[in-house]
Design a protein around this ligand. Sequence first.
Ligand code: ATP
Ligand code: MG
Length: 415
Amino acid sequence: MNIELPDYVKTALTKLARNGYEAYIVGGSVRDGILGKSAHDWDICTNALPGEVLSCFKGLKVVETGVKHGTVTVFIGRSPVEITTFRVEGEYSDNRHPDKVEFVGSLKADLSRRDFTINAMAYSPQSGFVDYFGGREDLLAGIIRCVGDARQRFQEDALRILRALRFASVFNFSIARETSAAIFSEKERLKTIPAERIMAEMKMLLCGTGAHTVLREHSGVIFVIIPRLRSLRERGIWERTLKSISAAPADIQIRLAILLSHISDCKNPGRAAAEALRTLRYDNETIKTVSKLVSYRDCGINPDRICIKRWLNKAGEDILRKLIALKRAVMHGGSGEDIDRAERILDEILREGLCFRLEQLSVNGDDLIKSGVSEGPAVGHILNSLLDMVINEDIENHRVKLLEKAMELYKSKYK
Ligand code: ATP
Ligand code: MG
């Protein structure tokens, strides 16, 4: 079996080989290549030292950002390739960053510092696959297994705990028994990992096809990250929550909203969800959307035009679509007829360009003022009343009719 490499990667490998160095693609790109998926980045490892890599690619654009750790990014055409010198990592005194890295001459040493067997293979068109740890076998059997002693590997870098869960979820793999046992025994170390790193892994974990199984089998690990989730299990709603997550589309905002819907029984579940996400350093956009979805989750969406227009006005199309998907996911096989109808009506409203926002109204504030409404709060009040009537289908969104109605309102209420 061969891995189909893009030309720019072949060029980089050939260049290093012609200069007398070993060079392989490594890590995720080999794993994805064997799985027949196209890798999203191609990492190359080599016995050339960073300075030697730079001389091999003289004349090309290079970025030396990771030179201290042995990584040089070379642009071949417009495509960046990361080329990293074979290295091992020194002591880890902080559960995460090695105190130093040391360049080594052997590919095997480099592969042995990698996290999982499926990520510890190398490949080059000349040498074929290099697989010292049974990565290919684990990959084909669907198993995530640490390279070396699992406890020690998680003690060195606790982020690997979440990486294991993430890969298991994304590939729908199982986790080898000793690796899983080590995950449980070392899970408290996750508290030392920066929130941003946790968030990035959680995103992939939650959206993976195996999310349900991974979350169910490793609930205790997730509770270290978001302690308030523990109460869901105590209240008997954890399993149902996980089922809903896996029934939802792989959209992080929808899945987070389901996960965080019940973390507190306070009156404002949206705020509780937002707090949890803020602690995990999620971006404002995600926090805003998720907290809205959580707040709206139990509100009805009737399958009639007026109700849907009201929803569009209040939430906007994006959030309403997500809310519909969320409601469908939490129904668990219940009849989704109403929610399907609601969605069809939503499509219809948008297709027909019906008015549900002030900006879509056929009159604006200037029009009202020109017609004699005095500037001030009356303008906004009248526009909102008109919008209300248009949404309710009490009046058409027709300029002349709206102006007539506006003057009527103005005379009766504001003059
Ligand atoms: P992705 O598809 O998410 O990019 P990946 O396996 O390529 O997955 P990267 O984070 O890009 O993951 O890392 C590249 C490679 O570096 C991994 O395949 C693995 O060999 C190694 N690696 C990454 N993070 C760690 C870690 N925390 N501990 C040990 N090895 C790691
Ligand atoms: Mg990668």
